[in-house]
Design a protein around this ligand. Sequence first.
Ligand SMILES: Cc1ccc2cc(C(N)=O)cc(O)c2n1
Length: 322
Amino acid sequence: PDSARARAEALRAELLHHNYRYYVLDDPEIPDDAYDRLLRELQALEAEYPELVGPDSPTQRVGAEPLAAFAEVEHRLPMLSLDNAKSAEELAAFTVRVGRALGREAVDFVAEPKLDGLAINLTYEDGVLSRAATRGDGRRGEDVTAQVRTVRSVPLRLRGADWPRLLEVRGEIVLPTAGFARLNARMRESGQRTFANPRNAAAGSLRQLDPAVTATRPLAFVCYGFGAVEGGPACATQYEMLQALRDWGLPLSPQLERVRGLDGCDAYQRRIGALREQLPYDIDGVVFKVDALADQQALGFVARAPRWAIAFKYPAQEALTR
Ligand SMILES: Cc1ccc2cc(C(N)=O)cc(O)c2n1
């Protein structure tokens, strides 16, 4: 029945938009009960016409039966690790090394907080989320697609229209501090072991074989980069690519910035260091990446850590403050 198909398609598009407004922009346009009414209408339609159910349907966030184990999958492009700088001197050495290798004075960097969660790799094919995997050893990780589909800030389908036909998105799944406290309270009440920190809680929530359990955890997703890209607009810089990911509906760090040279990096790490306690989730540093993609290519990698990126680490937070 074409009218049912058309109505289901319209409902899916509308629910996707409101999910984006609420979970990615944190700026809903309609009240929760209006959203729920739309979702229930789609659920009824899909119950009557099961052939209308698609992978991008918001009714399919909590998947079918849990599997007995996690499948292992290979990333199309390896997920990179980061070299660390543990002092202002080491950060200076990184920016000097990069400037010298590129034969330039002031190099532009993309800067962002380093979230302390679980790195994942999302694959979007023709704009639809087809797979999610943990980082694993960088080449192969665990297939956690069913679990990641329950994370509302992960879009099931990309917005806009000029996205690549194949896109790997890398980002961090985190458990925000407020949600972490509520989860541990719930665990205590039900006599279960509490989590030592939000990072363990995020990992434990994702590596749950039953997605219905993952769905009860207040996980968030912030993307920081990309892997394999086939098609889509040509970008010359990391910053442009990240803006394209934002346009396609992926959540980015609100503190993402472009900074210039050592002074820019140093001022940024001081500013975020002062903000650290106010951020809604744990961070263990800030990341600086050379902005121009041609410069990244020229600099290359050592082992699997790029020469064009550095993580500046803060001292571990006082465990007692938690
Ligand atoms: C290349 C790379 C590897 C790991 C990363 C990890 C984070 C992070 N944990 O926020 C941010 C990044 O920009 C990263 N970038």
